[in-house]
Design a protein around this ligand. Structure first.
Ligand code: GLA
Length: 358
């Protein structure tokens, strides 16, 4: 038996910037998918503690089930076959302490853990970002969502106590130390989301309708001071989408600088500005996410904003360790009063190491 693990991620800032080659600052979290497997054979046979179905697909992913987690497994195997992996299978079981549908990248963690095990099965070594790009292609193949590389890269590149500053265009990246004795508190609205049914693709198309004003530059290379001139000729919707993406790329640089300067009040301001931009300009927040951010601010969080694609899912709260649990509980109590039908949850996390065999 061999054991593999791939964590979920909490993006600290840089939301909806990755699919236009922009900047992101995610952290891998200490909640993960684990896979215990016997490597070998011609089929990939997997069960999961979280899902009823049994997956049984050819080791080269040449046929795939229509629904369920087997789509991702087959898509990863098919992408690996395209880069020449020998079709060696495995028999194993998945377990998880990573909440699904909470915007914490459970599908990326699934792709990464399966890819890591299948590479080990066939003795194939891929560079970390090559593996991330391959898993991103598998996500497209499985569910057709035009997502970026952030989630898979975070699951692979994560390091305990750090976030990774990644330029999704050049793939340059570096580790950014996070403040000591701070938790990443994830507060889940209880509103489930799946990227394939959210407005992810629609937002991305609306953004693309405005990109021509950049004359070939990517949004990450535009100074926000240029925005009033650049946006003047655009219809309202593409203008708002582009304003979000240009300003968000700038916020990624500023948050990384504020962490380096240990200026936590500034991190708090930038998280608040990022959340407002996702709410008002990119329009992917929902009232439940807005309420959690507002309540966390009132309860004295260092910084809080929605994390992930939006339309549901969770917020990420930066808060000192010794206050994290109590702050989370009081925020959720106030949230339940506003949304009595919701079933929110709290996940007290820290930045963790990325995927691998253990
Ligand atoms: C989802 C996608 C990512 C990224 C985020 C938004 O998590 O999978 O690639 O676009 O949304 O930042």
């Amino acid at each position: 038996m061999r054991w593999f693990r791939a964590p979920g991620r909490a993006n600290l800032i840089g939301e909806h910037t990755d699919h236009t080659d922009g900047l992101v600052l995610p952290a891998a979290i200490d909640r993960a998918l684990s896979l215990e497997a016997d490597l070998g054979g011609h089929r990939i046979r997997l069960t999961s503690a979280q899902a009823p179905e049994r997956v049984d697909v050819p080791a080269d992913g040449s046929s795939a089930p229509e629904g369920g987690f087997g789509r991702f497994v087959a898509a990863v195997a098919a992408e690996l076959a395209e880069v020449g992996r020998a079709p060696v299978g495995m028999t194993g079981r998945l377990t998880s302490d990573l909440p699904q549908g909470a915007g914490l990248s459970s599908s990326a963690a699934l792709e990464v853990v399966v890819a890591t095990a299948l590479c080990a099965a066939a003795d194939l070594q891929l560079e970390p970002l090559e593996l991330a790009a391959l898993c991103r292609r598998a996500e497209h193949r499985a569910v057709g969502v035009p997502s970026g590389i952030m989630d898979q890269a975070a699951s692979i590149l994560g390091r305990a106590g750090h976030a990774v500053l990644l330029d999704c265009g050049t793939l340059e990246h570096r580790q950014v130390p996070l403040p000591e004795q701070h938790a990443l508190l994830l507060l889940d609205t209880g509103v489930q989301r799946r990227l394939e049914t959210s407005g992810y693709a629609q937002r991305s198309e609306e953004l693309r309708a405005g990109l021509h004003v950049l004359d070939g530059r990517r949004p990450a290379d535009v100074d926000p001071a240029e925005l009033p001139t650049l946006l003047a000729s655009l219809p309202a919707i593409p203008a708002r989408r582009l304003r979000h993406v240009v300003s968000e790329n700038a916020r990624v640089r500023e948050v990384a600088a504020a962490f380096a300067a240990e200026d936590l009040p500034r991190v708090g301001e930038l998280f608040a500005a990022g959340h407002a931009s996702l709410r008002d300009d990119y329009e992917v927040s929902i009232p439940e996410l807005d309420a959690l951010v507002e309540l966390s601010g009132e309860a004295g969080a260092t910084a809080a904003r929605m994390t992930g694609g939006g339309f549901g899912g969770a917020i990420v709260v930066l808060v000192p360790d010794d206050r994290a649990q109590s702050l989370g509980e009081s925020v959720l109590a106030a949230y339940r009063e506003r949304f009595p039908a919701a079933s929110p949850s709290l996940h007290l996390c820290h930045a963790s190491d990325g995927a691998g065999e253990r």
